[in-house]
Structure formats: C-alpha cells, structure tokens
Design a protein around this ligand. Sequence first.
Ligand code: ZN
Length: 246
Amino acid sequence: MLIEFSIILIMEDKALVIFSGGLDSTTCLYWAIKNFTEVVTLTFNYGQRHCLELEFARIITERLGIKHKILKVDLGQIGGSALTDHSIPVPERKETEIESGGIPITYVPFRNGIFLSLAAAYAEVIGAQHIVGGWNAVDFSGYPDCRMQFIKAMERAINEGTKAGAEGKPFTIHAPLINLRKEEIIALGLSLGADYSYSLSCYNGREIPCGRCDSCKLRAKGWQRLGLMDHLLERLTREGKLKTSP
Ligand code: ZN
C-alpha cells in the first residue's frame, strides 16, 4: 500500500498532545515528536471504563522520555455513555453497523469539547501554542465532536477566549488523523517509527483485546488490511499472555 503523508516542517515550538494511550493518540504522539521541538502529553482520567489505558499511557510516555500529565475530570457524574456509565453495556456491533449505525452509545457527551477546553487551559499555562489530537472522522463518523468543522470552531473559540489568543499568540489545533482510515493511521505511525506494543484500544479496558467491541474490531481490521501483526498482540504473545498466535 502506498500512502503519502504530508509532514509539516519542524516547528520551533512546544506542542501539547491529548494522549489517551490508544492507537490513534500514540500515532499523534510520534507525529508531534517528528514535527515539534518540545512535546508534552495530557491524559484525562475521566471515569472511563477502560481506565487501564492511564497506566499504559504512562508506560508509553516514560519509554519515550516525554512529559506526561494526567488530569482528573469525572465525566461519570454526567454519564450518558457506555464508557462512563458502568450500568450501560459496551455494544457489540457488526462491522456494517459500526460503519453505518449512527451515533453509538459509546459517544461521551461533548467529550472532545471538554477535553479541548481543558487542554487549551493547560497549554496556555505551559506556553504551548500547538494542541494535537487524534480525532478521526472516518471510522467514527457518528461522533459529531470528531469532525474538522468542530475542531476549527473550537480553535476559534479558544483563541477568542484566552489571554494567549488576545495577546497575539493564537493556538493552532492539529488533527493529523482526521481523514485517515485506521490502516492509514497505523501506516503513518509505522513510518514515524511508532511502537504500539503498549497502546490499548479495548473499550472494555482489557490489556488482552476483547475482540468484540467497536474499537477492538476497527483496530484489528486496520492491522489486517496492512497484512501485519499488531505490536500489542506480538508483545502479549511474547509475554505468554496469549495462548496461541491470533
Ligand atoms: Zn474490546
């Protein structure tokens, strides 16, 4: 597969990466390391069912020697999503349903608006003018806060409402994965030397993928389309956590 990616020139600037520790944000982290002179990561502990990702986000950033901040904001108090309300089961949908099924119950109400607002506040404090996130409008077309028009609208709002914006140091929000399919996201990461061994995606919060949730299915399909084995599965096999090679 031949995929071309536009890599912007290295910017003499600090970037804040919104980092869940999943496959998409791990790709974003490597993209930011390639494109900026200083990179800081921000992970949200928002009461997610898959809170194991916090521990793995810490492992990934530690291995890369990248500063990592965890911010606690309990969206479980709001609920309304299978990811934050443990009484709502994580759906197990067919691939065709994932692609055409509308906004799923794994949508967390206005999560990316909330995260971007908090990221902007933190970026302002640490003097980072660039915010990078792994929003993607292709595989999760049902999430309205993953679309480019929303990201651009948030960028305008943040620049209107912050001291940095008012003083002529506007923020730029980068969404390098917004139009990429899962296999293209993985290919981009691999071209940047990404190691996905510790990146978790499962909505059920398991180190060993459940293989049934939307996120596990999309990830598996991405690696399958590239004809490669997921680094995570390679590591789990190596460590004897998977009985047989998947
Ligand atoms: Zn899963």
